[in-house]
Design a protein around this ligand. Structure first.
Ligand code: T46
Length: 136
């Protein structure tokens, strides 16, 4: 079972040009899983919280491609907060970790690369169920 210390910030490559920068992410090459789904959060009001669930199997790279937000991770024993504010770093979230997002800056965009297709059965949406799952 993963814990919050297994969820790490990963440096992403940058192709820098005076005309602007580019970052390329390739499943199985500089991402440690095949990318089956890409989604992004945007137009998030500053006082909104997102997440509030865990996943049984899903692995994700979470990137603040624009603006900033805070990601709180929880393994049932320990919590850890990450402030994401650059397209040059990703937070790698392993399976079995509760997450909550808050403090979205105006115009922020949260890009997520996911290892699996969307499947509601992969979610644990009750914190009590999460704690029960973690105590197995
Ligand atoms: C996480 C953070 C960063 C879809 O139809 N397809 C999708 O791929 C996703 C992710 C969601 N949805 C639908 C399902 C719900 O009706 O969009 C609605 C909100 O989904 P969810 O509760 O998953 O949204 P967030 O923003 O609270 O959380 C998501 C991810 O689920 C989560 O794993 O880390 O973004």
């Amino acid at each position: 079972m993963n814990n919050v210390e297994d969820c790490i910030i990963v440096d992403l490559p940058q192709v820098y040009r005076s005309q602007g920068s580019l970052t390329a992410l390739e499943g199985g090459i500089n991402i440690p899983f095949d990318i089956q789904r890409v989604y992004y959060l945007y137009d998030v009001p500053n006082n909104s919280t997102r997440g509030g669930h865990a996943h049984y199997e899903l692995q994700q790279y979470v990137i603040a491609t624009s603006g900033s937000f805070t990601m709180m991770l929880d393994d049932g024993r320990n919590k850890k907060e990450f402030f994401l504010n650059t397209p040059l770093k990703a937070l790698y979230i392993k399976p079995g970790i509760w997450r909550e997002m808050k403090n979205f800056s105006s115009g922020s965009v949260c890009l997520v690369l996911a290892s699996l297709l969307y499947d509601e059965k992969d979610y644990i949406r009750s914190y009590q169920d999460f704690l029960t799952y973690r105590s197995l």
